[in-house]
Design a protein around this ligand. Sequence first.
Ligand code: MG
Length: 159
Amino acid sequence: MDFRVGFGYDSHRFAPDRPLVIGGIVIPYELGLAAHSDGDVLIHAVCDALLGAAGLKDIGTYFPDNDPTWKNVDSTKLLAKVVELLAERGWKVNNLDCTLILEKPKMKPHVDAIIGRLSELLKVESDRIAVKAKTNEKMGFTGAGEGIAATAAATIVRS
Ligand code: MG
C-alpha cells in the first residue's frame, strides 16, 4: 500500500458584486471573493493538497489564471479534474482535513453542506472529511476582514 500526505493553502480578497462560494456552496453574504475563477478558496486549497500528495504540480499549472477557459469557472469542476488526474495514477482520496480562516460570515450553518459537497466530489464517505472554520482573532488580513484563507491536508492511497 502506497500512502501519501499533501498540504494546500489559498487566500482570496473580498470583492463586491460577486457571489461568495466556499466548498462548492453559495454562502449568503454581501461580498464575494475576487479571482479569475469563482474564487472558491477552500476548493483551491483542497486541489493543491491533493495534487501535492500525488507529487503533481500546483493548481495554477493545470488551470492557469490567464486562460479564458477558467474565467469565473465553478471551481468544483477543477476539483473534479484533479480527482481524475489522481485516479489516472491509481490514487484514491483517503481523508481530508480543512480549516477556513475568516472573521465573517459565520460558517457553522454551512459546514455540513460543504462536507456533503466535498464528499460527492472526492467520492469518499463524509466521515473522511473535516471542515473547520475559525477567526484570526482580528489579526492580519483575515482578521481585518480583507479576505478569507483556507488550508487543507489530504491523505491519498494506492494499492
Ligand atoms: Mg485561489
